[in-house]
Ligand binder design. Structure first.
Ligand SMILES: [Zn+2]
Length: 358
């Protein structure tokens, strides 16, 4: 009896101790109470950081950039022909956007079919989208009917891409005749400073040339958006020009603010025009603008423009691949011709007739 009692007691003790161990073991092995304090302790130092973080990194509300051009101050119009290019157009646009600068792009209609995206971006940024014909032919050699057909075909490429049909046209090679100058319903415009970027294809040469010109006020600088060397030159020239005090404006802005007139239909702005006109005393406002230089509010949002243009995408790609004049790279290559150019620089650039490729 006594032994039985002892045994029972021992058994009871053993059971309760096992339960005890079991109970104590449970939280250690599986439970949050033990690990949680560690977790909390570990998290604690981080906590103040995370709670401070929103205040620390919250960006200052950015003032929207308001572009105001002072018609009394120096201005220059950078112009880019022969695009859009699938790579270099955007590289140039990146630089313009970063620097709040605008330029004018004279685009080839069939390239617009192939690469409509950069054209939409140009318009969204406020750059001027202009025409450089549809197929980059010498327009002075076309009959009037063919000439108008070419320009209309280009216009359709622009509208299908979601931008307005340009009224401003730069004739390829600067080649014009009476019909091209005054019977297309468009404003024909050449340039005043030729960087010959197509010829050197060298960034430093392009940069050095532009920097060598004493006064660029009122000038229209010709470049091409289809070369890496030009895109690289733009990275240097845009901030440099601004540091020199030049406002980078579109061609239409330059005509309105510097020359004092809006581009007129059936009119030609070439060498004679630029060599006989200077800075006006009476800048004119752009359409929709009350005061010259104050800017016009866009009526259409970028989203609208992109949406409207979406349908044109697939069509554009097909048309491009059928283009017989493209080279193997699918890239529009300039055809060099020997023409006496009408667009010569009034700022001391050699003015002898030369093979030009605009
Ligand atoms: Zn061209």
């Amino acid at each position: 009896m006594n032994r039985f009692f002892s045994f029972s007691f021992a058994l009871l003790l053993l059971i309760s101790c096992t339960a005890c161990v079991g109970r104590a073991a449970a939280p250690v092995g599986e439970d949050p109470p033990v690990t949680e304090p560690q977790g909390v302790a570990a998290a604690q130092p981080a906590e103040p950081e995370t709670s401070d973080e929103p205040e620390a990194v919250e960006p200052e509300p950015e003032e929207p950039y308001v572009r105001v051009i002072d018609p009394a101050k120096p201005m220059v119009a950078l112009t880019f022909d022969d695009g859009p290019h699938e790579t270099w157009s955007d590289a140039i646009l990146d630089v313009l956007e970063e620097n709040h600068a605008l330029a004018t792009f004279f685009e080839v209609g069939r390239n617009v079919r192939a690469y409509p995206e950069p054209v939409r971006r140009m318009a969204e940024l406020g750059c001027e989208v202009a025409s450089h014909s549809n197929a980059h032919k010498d327009l002075s050699k076309l009959k009037k009917k063919a000439l108008l057909k070419d320009l209309d075909t280009a216009d359709a490429a622009f509208t299908d891409a979601g931008v307005e049909a340009p009224t401003l046209v730069r004739p390829p090679y600067g080649a014009v005749n009476k019909t091209v100058k005054s019977a297309t319903g468009r404003s024909m415009i050449t340039w005043t400073v030729d960087t010959e970027d197509w010829k050197s294809r060298d960034t430093q040469t392009i940069v050095d040339y532009v920097k060598s010109i004493d006064n660029l006020d009122g000038e229209i600088v010709l470049m091409h958006s289809i070369y890496e060397s030009t895109a690289e030159a733009v990275k240097i020239l845009v901030p440099w020009l601004q540091e020199q005090g030049y406002q980078l404006v579109t061609v239409t802005e330059l005509l309105a603010y510097y020359y004092g007139e809006l581009p007129q239909p059936d009119s030609f702005y070439g060498y004679t025009y630029f060599s006989t006109h200077g800075r006006t005393d009476t800048p004119v406002p752009l359409p929709g603008e009350d005061v010259p230089g104050e800017g016009v509010h866009a009526e259409e949002t970028p989203e609208d423009a992109a949406g409207e243009a979406e349908a044109a995408l697939s069509e554009g790609s097909e048309a491009a691949s059928e283009d017989p004049a493209e080279n193997e790279d699918g890239e529009w290559k300039p055809v060099r011709v020997t023409e006496t150019s009408v667009g010569l620089s009034p700022v001391g650039v050699p003015s002898a007739p030369m093979a030009l490729y605009p």
